[in-house]
Design a protein around this ligand. Sequence first.
Ligand SMILES: Nc1ncnc2c1ncn2[C@@H]1O[C@H](COP(=O)(O)OP(=O)(O)O)[C@@H](O)[C@H]1O
Ligand SMILES: [Mg+2]
Length: 298
Amino acid sequence: MMSEYAVEARNLIKVYKAGELEVQALRGLSVTVANGEMVALIGPSGSGKSTFLNIIGGLDRATAGYIGVMGSDLTQLNASQLVEFRRKTVGHVFQNMNLIPTLTAAENIELPMAALGVKKDARRQRVEELIGVVGLKERMSHKPGELSGGEQQRIALAAALANDPPLILADEPTGELDTENALIVVNYLAKANRELGKTIIMVTHDPRVARAASRILRIQDGVIATDVTPSEEAAPTQANYTDMLKTRIASIDAQLAGLDQDFRKGLISSDQFVDRQTNLKKTKDVLGDELHRLGVVH
Ligand SMILES: Nc1ncnc2c1ncn2[C@@H]1O[C@H](COP(=O)(O)OP(=O)(O)O)[C@@H](O)[C@H]1O
Ligand SMILES: [Mg+2]
């Protein structure tokens, strides 16, 4: 039976048992997410966000209650059906460890398709397409270690999209990124939602990232405590996103000028100068690339 919902959770309970100890991670959580929504899950550490996401993604099972995802009743699936569900219905992006370090960006994106037996030519074509979606065509042959954290997460998103799953689950995808890179990555998640019609559920503790969603669910003590729509004025528009990028570039230019002066005055060593200059320039390049992709001349 098809459901109008991407996700339907009813009275979900999850109890972890560790010896004598029992932890109630979910305490009767109920919520529905419609197809095509982009939802942010927020809440204190230990409130059950990852547990809920893992149950939606078929990585973990609920102790009791009902969980339906894209028309499948996950409580009724056996182990091999659950594997099939995970491969076809869900794309995962985690906080880190998404990519295999010895493979190139392109090979990392190819991997989930190889697992489904997609032919080489079709895989290559899809990699080209996806790497364009995340704006990293020129980084195809780079290994993860040669990419910035933000770029790695964009490749991870492309890999999550590889088999064209209707649902993307992201657990703190921007957790280890600075604000600029966090906003760039979430902007690509929003793009996958808007342009590819993917339903997206992402866990975040960053309010600026959460505001990119159309709905914010706050979990507390294993239940949904609040369910709100971010206010219109607070929602990041394309205009204030480009403004943010431009402001950051201007501030980096100012820091570079200051660095020059400090070096000439002998306040910093040449090693320090080169170090800081390299870092600032790297950040500036990322921001500039992003502006360029948005079609903004700066
Ligand atoms: N595998 C596990 N075994 C035992 N307890 C766990 C396990 N995973 C999570 N928990 C506990 O369940 C609760 C919810 O955890 P989690 O869903 O990871 O929270 P969040 O992602 O919101 O920080 C916490 O008290 C956590 O310690
Ligand atoms: Mg978590």
